[in-house]
Structure formats: C-alpha cells, structure tokens
Design a protein around this ligand. Structure first.
Ligand SMILES: Nc1nc2c(ncn2[C@@H]2O[C@H](COP(=O)(O)OP(=O)(O)OP(=O)(O)O)[C@@H](O)[C@H]2O)c(=O)[nH]1
Ligand SMILES: [Mg+2]
Length: 363
C-alpha cells in the first residue's frame, strides 16, 4: 500500500480545527490528491462528524475516548480511511482539551508505522482572543488548569497556527505573531483564516513537505491536566424535532441564545457549544466559543415539519447541571407546536487521561 501522510491539527476547544479540516481537504482534492478526515471525541453524537460528513469526503470517527487514550482506535480509523478512500493524506483532529500529544501520539506513530505513514509537523491552532490573553499571563476566561492545558498545547507544537485572522487588522496580526514567537520561540508561528481562505496554501505547503514531526516532548503535570479536563461538563446529544411549518433557523437561534445567556449569568466558561440542525437536505450550524457575543450561525435549515438536532456542549460546570440546563432550555423552546424527542444523550466529566503509550524521548 502507498505511504500516507498524516497531519494532526490540535488546539483548544473552538479554535477552528474542524473548519480548517474541510477547507484544507478542498485544497488537497483540488490538487488531485485523495484525502480522508478523522474526528475524535469522548462520546458519540458528534457535531463535527455530522458537519464534515455533509461534504464529499471520507470521514472516520474515534468516539468514546481521545486519541491518546485509545491509540489503537486512531490506528483503526486511519486504516479505514486508507483502505476506503485510498487516502494520500489524512487530517485528524484530536479532542480540544487534550495535550501531551507529541509524547502520546506523534512519537508512537513515528515509531510504529514507519514505511506506512509520514507524519507532518504538529500544528496547534489558537484563537486570537484567547491566545492574546494567555500570552499576557491570563487564563483566557478559563479555569487555571484548563488554561494550563492551553499553554501546554502551544508549548509542544511544531507550528502554532493563529486562527480567525479575519477578525484582526494586519498590524494586529503582525503584533500577535511577534508576541507568540517571543513566548514560544521553539515553535514556528503561522496565521490562517479558514473563513477568508487566507494562509491555507502556505500552511499546507509546510505540513505537506516537512517531516519534522513532534520535535519536542514537554513536561506535563497529569494532575493539573486531569483537573483541567474535569472542570468541563461534557454533553453530546441527538434530538428529533417535529412540528408544523417550523422556522428552524429561528428555533436554533433562540435555543442557542437562551443557553448562552444562562452560562454567562452563571459565570460558567464555555469551551464550545456547537449544534447542527438538519431538515431534509438543508442545515444550519451554530457555535458559542465564549460569551454570548461569540454566538454565530452558518447556513439555513429553512421551514419544515421535522428536523434532527445534534448538540454538543463543553462548559465549566458539573455534567448534571449542564444536562439540566440543556434539557430545560430545550423543553422551553419546544413548547407549543414543537415536539422534541431525545434520541441519544450522554453527559460526562472527562476521566483522568491514561495514554496507551507515552514516549519520554523523541523518535
Ligand atoms: N471568524 C472566523 N471564525 C472561524 C474561523 N474558523 C472557525 N471559526 C469559527 O470558530 C468556531 C469554532 O470552529 P470549529 O472549527 O468548530 O472549532 P474546533 O476547534 O473544531 O472546535 P472543537 O471541535 O469543539 O474543539 C465556529 O463558530 C467557527 O465558525 C475563521 O477563520 N474565522
Ligand atoms: Mg472540532
């Protein structure tokens, strides 16, 4: 079988990984190469998989555990994508609250799959607003141990990819890049906007031509890492909605706004709340990556009588409280002529990371 290149795109929750996966896949396919994508989460019912699967690209999912704690799950997903899509290139997105991936994923891949795989430099995406605060010594509105994960992700990267540059002026981009280089001198710093299609070619040029993957392993305090993940309540759900001529966009917007307002009122930091509502062949996606001001939507599900809602939330509160808020808000919004049937709902607190492998030296 041919050698496949694997690109791992890490970065904190909501930093723009999934959006980049599809934009990069389009560029790769345009160049005549075959690509496959791999998503990852602590539980099933993934918005990311639902979004990416809407496109003409092979998507495999590792759910129920992160890549590092289920390395064999990642290998199986890669095998699947390689055989079913004959992929030249695989892009994989680890869970946004994971770190220590150089030691637990990149080194084991380099060691165990020599000849089958070429591993690209490890890219870690960072949202400008959170990154700027982290560089100033702040916690980006997160629990200090969640901010510790954010910091470790940047520290172990080969490339720091500052995302969403369409939200900044050119001089702000240059300044943020300089500040990042000073604090993380061992990583290359690049900038990208998936929305404005800027910087994608430049980044692909780097990751598709280089083989210096996982150049360093950093020290990680697993007690702080575990605590940083455990402060997040994690909810994945799928809900069937029925009604009569329902405006699904208005429904989605009100549901997400109501959720966001409650999290803000409670002072509960939002890692990411994301949804996809599909009605027939139309769909709308919505995201919250911080306060209610970050709420945004893409697409339209139009008006109809039935829809399928996938909702994923990662918020700093107990899973029980998160479940209560989501279920109550759904009930409130489904009052009147809309009926909501929960098909699947999983609510959890991520367990202590227990990697399949942890290399202490660079391969
Ligand atoms: N302005 C702007 N927003 C972006 C860009 N890329 C992503 N976003 C937005 O950022 C939010 C999060 O994007 P995702 O791609 O889902 O982020 P992610 O890193 O995959 O998130 P998780 O899977 O939860 O860790 C969404 O609202 C996106 O629309 C960009 O280039 N510019
Ligand atoms: Mg994602």
């Amino acid at each position: 079988m041919k050698t496949t290149r694997i690109i791992l795109v890490g970065g904190f929750l909501g930093s723009g990984k999934t959006t980049l996966l599809w934009e990069a896949a389009k560029h790769i396919m345009y160049d005549g190469k075959k690509v496959g994508l791999i998503t990852n989460d602590q539980a099933s019912e993934l918005v990311d998989t639902a979004i990416l699967s809407r496109h003409e690209v092979k998507v495999a999912e590792v759910s129920g555990s992160c890549f590092c704690c289920n390395f064999n799950g990642l290998i199986d997903a890669m095998k699947k994508v390689r055989s079913e899509a004959n992929a030249d290139i695989i892009i994989a997105e680890p869970v946004g609250s994971c770190t220590d991936l150089s030691a637990t994923i990149l080194q084991p891949l380099k060691e165990n799959l020599k000849g089958e795989l070429v591993v690209s430099p490890f890219s870690v995406m960072a949202d400008p607003e959170k990154l700027s605060d982290i560089l100033s010594g702040g916690n980006a509105g997160l629990h200090p141990n969640a901010a510790y994960i954010y910091w470790k992700q940047l520290e172990e990267s080969d490339i720091i990819l500052i995302s969403k540059t369409d939200t900044l002026t050119d001089s702000e981009i240059a300044q943020l890049k300089e500040r990042t280089k000073i604090v993380f001198p061992n990583s290359e710093v690049m900038t990208i906007s998936s929305k404005a299609s800027k910087g994608i070619e430049e980044w692909l040029n780097e990751v598709l031509n280089r083989t210096d993957a996982g150049k360093r392993i950093v020290e990680v305090d697993y007690d702080r890492y575990a605590e940083g993940e455990a402060v997040l309540g994690w909810l994945n759900s799928t809900i069937e909605l029925t009604g009569e001529s329902v405006n699904w966009d208005a429904f989605s917007e009100k549901l997400m706004r109501d959720l966001s307002k409650q999290f803000d009122e409670l002072g509960a930091a939002v890692g990411h709340v994301k949804m996809m509502l599909e009605s027939g062949n139309k769909f709308i996606t919505g995201n919250i990556t911080g306060l209610v001001s970050t709420l945004n939507f893409r697409g339209s599900a139009g008006t109809g009588n039935s829809a399928r809602l996938t909702l994923n939330a990662r918020v700093e509160m107990s899973p029980e409280q998160l479940e209560k808020i989501v279920c109550n808000t759904l009930d409130e919004n489904a009052k009147g002529n809309i009926k909501a049937d929960i098909v699947a709902l999983k609510c959890l607190m991520p367990g202590r990371p227990n990697p399949t492998f942890r290399f202490s030296e660079v391969v």
